[in-house]
Write a protein that binds this ligand. Structure first.
Ligand code: SAM
Length: 254
């Protein structure tokens, strides 16, 4: 029997075997993979992963669910970290790792930013998220979904939306569609900002007032003349800039 879902932990449990099978197929776990699952809950994905892997790591905040997982899977098969994943130090895995999970939707954006800090150690990630969030992650410039999340994640990851999962696949059903996204860190020789803090601040400023021109929103960082010198029209808006153009602007100094 499924445990009662707790709203504060964003609990919607996957119960449709068809989608569980499809997710496991796209994850394609290999016996010796070092893999960590975020929010295993009652174990819809955990059980088939444990079956296929020599060992699985998992982070679960809900102590009732964690106790049930401990009772079901031996510590030889499952290392369970009973903590908030936003505070979890992925470096503790001491290895490059794969990451999977049906994420709690209330923390999805802060979690993606947190995981980004460990991108050098990440092999790949396969997540279920609200479809609306996945659409924003993969959106290109000039489209309505394109924003800070798109630029900050595309700066670091290649991302693909794999398939949509309807509310009926969960108990209780969420109000919105979900989607599976695959994230693969870009190679070390990717285009990069000289100063990643400045880059992030400029992206935030640019999208903070999406309707204003770059000449206006980026004033604290670069003058209109400097923007023009980067071959970018200062009358453009952030939502039209590619990730490469954001990098160029961020690297442009007085
Ligand atoms: N994987 C299960 C499934 O597919 O049925 C559960 C998915 S449910 C959408 C999200 C899970 O993440 C829940 O088990 C919830 O308790 C857990 N969770 C919520 N917030 C968390 C946090 N901050 N850190 C770690 N786990 C969290």
């Amino acid at each position: 029997m499924l445990p009662r879902a707790k709203k504060q932990f964003g609990q919607h449990f996957l119960t449709d075997q068809h989608y569980i099978d499809r997710i496991i197929t796209v994850i394609s776990p290999q016996t010796t993979d070092v893999m960590i699952e975020i929010g295993p809950g009652p174990g819809a994905l955990t059980a088939p992963l444990v079956e296929r892997l020599a060992h699985l790591h998992a982070v679960e905040i809900d102590r009732d669910l964690a106790a049930a997982l401990r009772a079901r899977f031996s510590p030889e098969k499952l290392s369970l970290y009973e903590t908030d994943v936003l505070a979890f130090d992925f470096a503790a895995l001491k290895s490059r790792f794969r990451c999977v999970g049906n994420l709690p939707y209330n923390i999805s954006t802060p979690f993606l930013f947190h995981l980004g800090e460990f991108a050098d150690e990440l092999i790949d990630a396969t997540f279920m998220l609200q479809k609306e969030v996945v659409d924003r992650m993969v959106a290109g410039p000039g489209t309505p979904d394109y924003g800070r999340l798109s630029v900050m994640l595309q700066y670091r990851f290649a991302m693909t939306r794999l398939f949509v999962v309807p509310p009926s696949a969960f108990t209780p059903p969420p109000k919105v569609d979900s989607a599976i996204v695959r994230m693969v860190p870009l190679p070390a020789n990717r285009p990069a900002a000289d100063d990643s803090t400045r880059f992030a601040a400029m992206v935030t400023a640019g999208f903070g007032q999406r309707r204003k021109t770059l000449g206006n929103t980026l004033k604290p960082f670069v003058s209109a003349a400097q923007i023009s010198a980067c071959d970018i029209d200062p009358a453009r808006r952030a939502e039209t800039l590619s990730v490469a153009e954001f990098i160029r602007l961020s690297n442009c100094k007085a």
